[in-house]
Design a protein around this ligand. Structure first.
Ligand code: GDD
Ligand code: MN
Length: 371
């Protein structure tokens, strides 16, 4: 290792670059190469946070780390999530400044130096590489995605207390103390870690923006799916009402309402159309609605810990047990209230549903998804 590639190793670390990865093996080497070129004479390190990518991303990082100690990887097992990966990476360092960037070379590493220089001036807490300011650009995104992104940016103003041109950017750098001061307030849901950081800060942050020309992905594929829209809504919901109700409970209950419709659809089909007996039709409706609720909660409400393979089946079994007990609690509470002369039947039913829902949520969250 020459002095050129490992400068100031005895002095303190100035900059840590956190790179969340999932299936990015072929981008690791080129990215490290570009960062080395972009930051001569700066004491930096790169922490990749990989969610156990089957393509061997973590192994590719470790191999580079064997000869360059500035390059490390945290490998997470049984977890998914861009925001939580970024947070864990940022908490793994004591450096003065921390940057977050994508692994796929869509974020030009040459910007790191100008972002760092802005922070060094001590007038700014957080620098954002923005696609939506003069000099920035969206790259070759399709019209639809640009439109959705513009809409989401507008929606995000609901929770970002400050004007930011690109609150969805995945490329930014901040003083580590800023993160430290608010880490317990972060939602850490979904993809929008920057928006989370801005919205969770107890005091307005001093912001700066530099133009980003969003590049082309080098190797591999984007992980953004339609689910990001959902995760984005969860984040907005959490920031708006999370203080009063857990946003997961809201999601869980919405799934429950959808499940009730499924129940009635199946019941109507079996009882009225096919002409099965009522108990058989009702039983079929209960089972199908439970499977529906479980599957939907597994991919929406508990996306970050969703169960797969055999785990999916075991999860379903535990969910059925939990909801079975929830149904008993529901009927018990409703019948008890109905027995009190003053309670109207509809109110008794609502109370039963509420108790059942809270039970189902609390217990399945613990036992089915291990939260
Ligand atoms: N650890 C981990 N876990 N990393 C992930 C996960 C995950 O579940 N999902 C994605 N990543 C990593 C990818 O490997 C990549 O390094 C980075 O996060 C960004 O993912 P991409 O799949 O490349 O996202 P994109 O280019 O479509 O979206 C980018 O632009 C958006 C702007 O609208 C990202 O920067 C987004 O964060 C940004 O919001
Ligand atoms: Mn990308």
């Amino acid at each position: 290792m020459t002095a050129e590639t490992q400068p100031m190793s005895a002095s303190s670390r100035e900059l840590t670059i956190v790179i969340p990865t999932f299936q990015e093996r072929d981008n690791v080497g080129p990215l490290v190469g570009l960062v080395r070129e972009a930051l001569p004479m700066i004491s930096w390190e790169m922490i990749f946070v990989d969610d156990n990518s089957p393509d061997g991303t973590a192994e590719a990082v470790w191999e580079i780390g064997q000869s360059d100690f500035r390059v490390r990887c945290i490998k997470r097992i049984g977890r998914r999530g861009l925001s939580s990966a970024c947070i864990e990476g940022m908490l793994a360092t004591g450096a003065t400044y921390v940057a977050v960037m994508d692994a796929d070379l869509q974020h030009d590493p040459m910007l790191l130096r100008s972002m760092l220089n802005i922070l060094r001036g001590d007038q700014v807490d957080l620098v954002i590489a923005s696609r939506y300011m003069p000099g920035g650009s969206m790259g070759d995104w399709e019209v639809d995605r640009v439109r959705i992104s513009t809409f989401a940016t507008r929606l995000s103003r609901l929770i970002a207390k400050q004007p930011v041109s690109d609150p969805m950017s995945g490329y930014f750098m901040l003083r580590r103390e800023v993160l430290e001061s608010e880490v317990e307030r972060l939602s850490s849901l979904g993809f929008k870690i920057l928006l989370d950081i801005i919205a969770s800060s107890p005091i307005p942050l001093r912001l700066a923006e530099v133009p980003l020309q969003f590049g082309k992905r080098y190797a591999g594929e984007s992980k953004l799916s339609t689910a990001v829209a959902w995760e984005f809504l969860l984040l907005i919901g959490d920031k708006l009402v999370g203080r009063y109700v857990p946003v997961r409970f809201v999601a869980f209950s919405s799934v429950g309402v959808a499940g009730a419709f499924v129940h009635f659809a199946v019941l109507t089909a079996a009882f009225k159309v096919i002409g099965l007996s009522f108990p058989v039709s009702q039983a079929a409706a209960v089972i199908i609605a439970m499977i529906f609720n479980y599957s939907l909660n597994n991919i929406l409400t508990y996306r970050d810990v969703s169960r797969k393979g055999w785990g999916w089946l075991r999860g379903l079994a535990s969910f059925i047990v939990v909801c079975g007990l929830g149904a008993i609690a529901n009927v018990g509470v409703a019948s008890y209230l109905f027995g009190q002369q003053q309670t109207m039947w509809a109110l008794a039913a609502i109370a039963g549903i509420f108790v059942g829902a809270v039970w189902n949520y609390a217990v399945s969250s613990r036992y089915t998804w291990g939260k």
